[in-house]
Design a protein around this ligand. Structure first.
Ligand code: PRX
Length: 646
């Protein structure tokens, strides 16, 4: 491995930015935190002016009437103008590099001008198919460049995009189409995954049946031409369309996109993000966390079906005029050297991934990494779940060559952009610790009553007013859910549903405090999975709990009571397949235990806590409250018979 520039130094057992990092960092003065805290609204106003191109300035920077608040009220802008038009003076710069999975296919590079041209044309396609400002467009696409075109085209005309993760099932897609009343779906015939074609179109067609969808626009990725009145071929339409599309100027507070995420109930919620506030936060977090400037190359490995893909694989790099790299395929296909080869070939400067991927690579032969020159990397990022010290150190040494800061970014679908992390030009970089609230944002760690906990004690992580500009602006068509989920418990604080404590003056996240699991960084509600399993005709009752997993962080395990008869391996396989159909393979239970009864309280509440303890071989507490304590022994036996891991 080549040495490369050293961006960190070790001081007092901690890592700090080196002089080289200080020289290149977009922000190095730690006073920024105090300055911002003095008047956060003014601070964000200044950032909004400096970072974003507005058609007209806002009449009021921040309006709050909890549980709702608005940033840059009546400020006028167009999001795609900020990602594209304003970079056209340097239109020959590369905006995007796409690496297809098959090694035989060449990477595709689009300049800002080329991307602009495609976005304008496709925006005209949407318009000519009746899409107007405020309409919802469903996007069911894998990691191909057309996803970027489709999303930006929506923002060009003020339409609301609703991206659905391509590995989600027909049922999951249908639920999201129905909730948003989408008139159009943009999908592809499929994509490549682990060397094989994955077909998407059939799923999309099935999902669209008997819904509001009038047209399906299909990207030809696998060479399958579609025919029929309902279908439009993406490129045929793009070529026919006009190459200029006047940007629709929207209000800052107008909805830009919806993204569904799991809550604690069975139905996913449509998280609503506005335009101006989101743009400001996406821009400045990219600028300060990842130090992005024109000419820099960022690779965020997240899929566009998740918020990380939206903000840092697509929008953040483009807002800052940098270049984004997106990759279609599996991290270890055709071999575990693939990611590192991509970094070497394209000279990636900022690499952003999840602890799950890091833990997976820790288990492969080091030579797959060692043989590649990773000296182009300046900053490493991690997101999605807490990272343990061993994985942090491995990432730091093996990928960063001991040279690069690790920016452990805590945030959520709801927050739109990162909120808690250390800034690369300021430091310190401490394993397992996310860091400080982004300048201009305040978090507190509180007890059940909303009172601050004692220093160093664990509590609930909440955010305080004024709330960050990128924050959600509601749950789509569901005011009650918005209030119940985020504002009921602490009222004046936004409830993150995460636990945290202060360590060395910085925030360390301990994980979810509700019934939400993080499986390989993906968010999954136990209730959603229970609903899916419960709808299987043979299932009488079920409970899903997370089990610790060395690579994926957590995996779901299901305990199932059948209506009749005993379970079998065949039925276990069938139920797993059933979950694939209902939600998608990311939700597939790792193991299903068939049991006679589930531990319940007198009021009928299933004690998941007991199941969790049994899974990790701990003695469960509080058995006295159960109506059926004998169920515990039976479950213990079942677990030991089949083993807690498969
Ligand atoms: O529990 C926290 C965890 O991921 C949750 C949000 O999940 P999602 O909406 O899917 O967004 C993930 C990517 C932004 C949080 O409530 N989480 C996210 N980042 C971190 C984290 N936990 C620990 N450390 C992080 N850096």
């Amino acid at each position: 491995m080549k040495k490369g520039v050293k961006y960190v130094v070790r001081k007092k057992g901690m890592f700090w930015p080196s002089q080289e990092m200080k020289k290149i960092a977009n922000i190095t003065d730690s006073k920024i935190y105090e300055k911002a805290a003095k008047n956060p609204i003014k601070f964000w106003e200044n950032l909004a002016r400096e970072g974003i191109t507005w058609e007209k300035e806002w009449d009021k920077a921040y309006v709050e009437k909890l549980p709702y608040f608005q940033w840059f009220r009546n400020g006028k802008l167009n999001f795609s103008v900020n990602c594209l038009d304003r970079h056209l003076d340097h239109g020959s710069r590369v905006a995007m590099i796409w690496v297809p999975e098959p090694v035989s296919e060449k990477p595709v590079k689009w300049t800002y001008r080329e991307l602009y041209d495609k976005v304008c044309r496709f925006a005209n396609v949407l318009k000519s198919n009746g899409i107007r400002k405020g309409d919802v467009v469903s996007i069911y696409l894998p990691m191909i460049p057309e996803a970027l075109v489709a999303m930006l085209a929506c923002t060009r005309i003020g339409a609301i995009h609703s991206v659905v993760f391509s590995a989600f099932s027909t049922d999951a897609l249908r639920a999201r189409i129905e909730d948003g009343n989408a008139k159009i779906i943009i999908t592809s015939d499929g994509y490549f995954r682990r060397g094989k074609p994955e077909f998407l179109l059939k799923k999309a067609v099935k999902a669209a049946k008997n819904t509001t969808v009038e047209k399906i626009i299909v990207v030809d990725r696998l060479g399958k031409r579609v025919r029929g009145k309902k279908f439009l071929d993406f490129y045929t339409e793009v070529e026919l369309a006009d190459s200029y599309c006047e940007p629709e100027i929207v209000n800052s507070q107008d909805t830009m996109f919806i993204l569904y995420t799991s809550g604690t109930t069975g139905k996913p919620k449509g998280i609503v993000h506005d335009t101006g506030g989101y743009a400001v936060q996406a821009y400045w977090t990219s600028k300060w966390n990842f130090n992005l400037n024109p000419g820099d190359l960022m690779w965020c490995t997240a899929d566009v079906g998740w918020i990380t893909g939206h903000t840092y694989a697509f929008y953040g790099p483009l807002l800052t005029g940098a270049t984004t790299l997106i990759y279609e395929g599996s991290p270890d296909y055709p071999d575990p050297g693939r990611w590192w080869e991509i970094i070497e070939e394209h000279k990636v400067n900022v690499f952003y991934t999840a602890p799950t991927a890091i833990r997976m690579f820790m288990r492969v032969n080091e030579n797959w990494i060692k043989k590649h020159d990773l000296s182009s990397i300046r900053i490493l990022g991690t997101v999605g779940e807490p990272i343990d010290e061993e994985s942090w150190m491995w990432y730091f040494e093996k990928i960063g060559g001991g040279r690069c800061p690790i920016i452990d970014t805590w945030w959520q679908t709801e927050t739109g952009g990162t909120l808690i992390n250390v800034l690369p030009g300021i430091g310190p970089f401490v394993p397992t610790v996310s860091g400080k609230s982004f300048p201009g944002v305040t978090h507190r760690i509180v007890d059940d009553n909303g009172k601050p906990v004692k220093k160093g004690k664990e509590g609930f992580l909440v955010q305080k007013s004024p709330f960050a500009p990128g924050m959600l602006h509601g749950v789509f068509n569901n005011h009650k859910k918005y209030v119940d989920t985020y504002w009921k418990k602490f009222r004046k604080y936004y409830d993150t549903s995460d636990g945290a404590f202060i360590y060395k003056g910085l925030i360390r996240i301990t994980g979810r405090t509700d019934d939400v699991m993080k499986v390989a960084g993906h968010r999954l509600a136990t209730a959603e999975l229970e609903n899916a399993i419960h709808s299987h005709k043979k299932v009488a009752e079920c409970a899903v709990v997370p089990m610790p997993d060395e690579i994926r962080g957590q995996v779901p395990v299901a305990f199932v009571v059948l209506k009749r008869g005993g379970g079998s391996e065949r039925l276990e396989r069938k139920i797993k397949k059933f979950v694939d159909q209902k939600i998608g393979p990311t939700a597939r239970p790792h193991k299903i235990y068939f049991v006679g009864d589930l531990p319940k309280t007198r009021s009928g509440k299933i004690m998941r806590r007991i199941l969790k303890a049994l899974l990790v071989n701990e003695e469960p507490k509080g058995l006295m409250t159960l109506v059926n304590p004998e169920s515990v022994e039976e479950i213990r036996k079942t677990i030991s018979k089949y083993g807690s891991k498969k």
